[in-house]
Design a protein around this ligand. Structure first.
Ligand SMILES: Nc1ncnc2c1ncn2[C@@H]1O[C@H](COP(=O)(O)OP(=O)(O)OP(=O)(O)O)[C@@H](O)[C@H]1O
Ligand SMILES: [Mg+2]
Length: 394
């Protein structure tokens, strides 16, 4: 799928903008703070109903106005779709497809994109929560029913924590213990499904990340993903579970089936019950797990260099785009790379240009035109103070 035209009204620093886009590479250039990221953010919003840098929609409505409109003409297999969303400061947002009103939450079905932005560096350097979110978002994109499993699991964790806390303050009695057993069962059923889905995803993603990483960094670099599973952490020594070897810190590399996860989860809860009652929180389960990123057999977090961390974060995003591409019935997701070329050395820039050739459409932003390999500059859009000042379409 490609975007052939983007129109914005009162979005961020754009009063209005009309941008024509082509298949292949499209480059947005301009000095800092002119509106390059705003353009890709608007398209990312259309496909995810969220922003990578604002937790509230009204941040995207131009200051002093009440609503913003993002409208994109999409094309796949010679079929055209006009997708549109209006963000309202004091009313619910509204979405339309081909000028007919649809439920806003249905909009992402019509358009898929993968955005890589500087904020994604937190995938490498930040807390486990960001990596869990990355996996869960990809899970939901690939199988929407997981959204219910994740929401139910999180609710059970909250309710179980409330019970643990009240048990701690009132002293543990028989009836609250049996209530706890019921919550444990729900926790294990839902949590094991999530562990299964996440570890299966990691197993599928890992070779793609390795591929993407070598395509950017060269053959002698090996990136790999693993799972840090809290249901195994703190046991003595390594062990085998199903077909998986798990080390004493809970690190494993392959898929753990829901059945194997459930058995280990149940045992971990029994082992930890005392500390859980003392602390009043649920100590094991997928809400405490981590996605482990390794580069040449070292953890990326705390070891990888600046350029390596960018390359790894980028490899995670490229790999997710490859998985989405593989299953999509509407063509490739539109790949958007915000501000990445400036962070890479010459060799990596050239390799990245080659690596993204396989995508139907790529949108790139850069403050400095010379940072971007020439083969990607075919459609260059110059941006200044929220205005499209010039478009060179060669
Ligand atoms: N709701 C809003 N209303 C008006 N202006 C806004 C709004 N939100 C952001 N801006 C302005 O948009 C500008 C930032 O645009 P953007 O992030 O797209 O810059 P950029 O071109 O990507 O810059 P850089 O090269 O530094 O990444 C800032 O000047 C900011 O004040
Ligand atoms: Mg920017």
């Amino acid at each position: 799928m490609i975007v052939t035209h983007l129109s914005l009204t009162d979005f961020r620093n754009y009063r209005t903008a009309e941008v024509s886009l082509v298949a292949g590479s499209n480059l947005f250039v301009g000095s800092n703070g002119q509106g390059k990221t705003n353009l890709v953010e608007s398209l990312a919003y259309l496909s995810t109903l969220g922003s990578h840098r604002a937790s509230v929609d009204h941040a995207m409505i131009r200051q002093g106005t009440d609503s913003a409109i993002i409208r994109a003409r999409l094309e796949h297999d010679e079929r055209q779709i006009l997708a549109e969303v209006q963000l309202n400061r004091s009313a619910p947002n509204r979405a339309q497809v081909n000028r007919s009103v649809i439920k806003t939450r249905e909009l992402p079905r019509y358009f898929s994109s993968v955005l890589f932005a500087p904020e994604d560096l937190a995938l490498i350097r930040g807390d486990p929560a960001g990596r869990r979110r990355f996996l869960d978002e990809l899970l939901v994109l690939r199988s929407p029913r997981m959204s219910g499993v994740i929401a139910d699991y999180e609710r059970v964790v909250r309710q179980r924590n409330t019970l643990l806390k009240s048990a701690r303050s009132s002293g543990m009695r028989g009836d609250s213990l049996s209530t706890l057993d019921i919550w444990d069962e729900r926790l294990v059923v839902l949590g094991s499904q999530l562990i299964d889905a996440r570890t299966a995803l990691v197993a599928e993603l890992s070779p793609e990340v390795a591929n993407a990483y070598t395509s950017i960094a060269g053959e002698d670099h090996h990136a790999m993903l693993g799972n840090q599973l809290s249901i195994f952490a703190g046991r003595s020594g390594a062990e085998s579970v199903g077909e998986e070897d798990v080390d004493a810190g809970g690190l494993s590399y392959g898929r753990l089936t829901a059945e194997d996860a459930a058995a280990a989860f149940t045992k971990a809860l029994a082992d930890r019950r005392r500390s859980e009652l003392e602390r009043g929180i649920t100590l094991v389960g997928p809400h405490r797990d981590d996605l482990v990123l390794e580069l040449n057999s070292l953890p990326a977090r705390g070891y990888a260099s600046h350029g390596e961390s960018w390359s790894f974060a980028l490899a995670l995003k490229l790999a997710s785009a490859v998985l989405l591409q593989r299953e999509s019935s509407t063509g490739d997701p539109v790949l958007m790379l915000d501000d990445v070329f400036a962070e890479l050395d010459e060799a990596r820039r050239t390799r990245l240009a080659v690596a993204i050739r396989g995508f139907e459409q790529v949108l790139i932003t850069a403050a400095v035109l010379d940072d971007v390999p020439e083969e990607l500059t075919g459609n260059t859009v110059h941006i200044s103070r929220g205005t499209i000042v010039e478009q060179d379409l060669s």
